[in-house]
Ligand binder design. Sequence first.
Ligand code: 5GP
Ligand code: MN
Length: 345
Amino acid sequence: MLTSLNEDKKIRQLRSLIDQAHRIVLIIHQSPDGDAVGSALAFQSVLQSLDKEVRVIAPDALLNSLLALPGAKDITDATRYPEFAKQLVSEAELIVCLDFNALSRIAPLSEAVAKASAPKVLIDHHLGPENFAQVCISHPQMCSTCFLLFKVLCALEMFTIINKDAAEFLLTGMMTDTGNFSYNCADPEIYIVIAELVRKGADKEDIYRRMFETHTENAIRLNSYALLKKMEVFAQYGAALITITRDELNRFHYTKGDTEGLVNRPLAIPGVVYSAFLREESGYVKVSMRSLGDFPVNILCQEHFGGGGHKNAAGGEFQGTLDQAASLFRSLLRTNKELYLSNHQ
Ligand code: 5GP
Ligand code: MN
């Protein structure tokens, strides 16, 4: 048996907002991941069963692996169709924000959503949600927004309308946010939810293959090159760094998503407890960090690399050159060790 979400008042409010709205817009964060897309498609499916008109908006394009999910091609890309996306936001009767905690995470839609007259609901598992939603269901200890959404749907008494597709969407988000249930998944209830989703027809093995074991030849070669030639290991500091320039990305015909998971690889090395991947973009550097145990990469990203996230998975956008970002990372190794690692190694 699943424990209760213990959000009775918010669930009642959400229920009545859903009852009162016909046009509902679901919004997810920039560079949407499996949890963002999975939670949006699952909620869309459930709300459509209630005869709601539901649109999903993403701030930018989806990865190919996620575009292949049923219905994902109908998600509005706000970078490609900015006016249409803003119109959907302004005409919505209810706006549900999924898998992000701050309006800055949905640029270029931040202002439109802030100004929208529709009531807003936030369902999310990131730390420190901003106060922009009338109903804020925030559970940072949970593994994924999809897991939280499952519990929300149960609390809304909508369990029975979760169909096979919705079950697959939810399982996709739970699986991708936990690295196929390899981290952030100590809560035994996760496995109860997996069992329920599998019972509804979700094909766990197929989702795993699609999400984790499907890569283009170019992507495999780029990742192999990055590990062979571009990985620095700072054994005495428990750290690793991978940097990739624009030229290198072009050489391997990089497309979005090709380096997904690369940042995790150095954590396999005994003694490495945090890892950074810096990818040169035009005008800034995309930062991605992962850690094991207590090392808080979200603090590192927040204080130095223009971002934030979870303790063990964080990211940011560094305003500067790739060399500057890499030098900064190296210059912080000693301090990081003194601050976080001295007692743990
Ligand atoms: P990834 O490394 O997969 O891009 O991101 C991992 C996690 O870091 C995300 O789930 C998100 O919580 C956080 N994150 C990534 N990029 C940013 C960013 O630019 N700003 C903030 N605040 N968080 C980010
Ligand atoms: Mn998530």
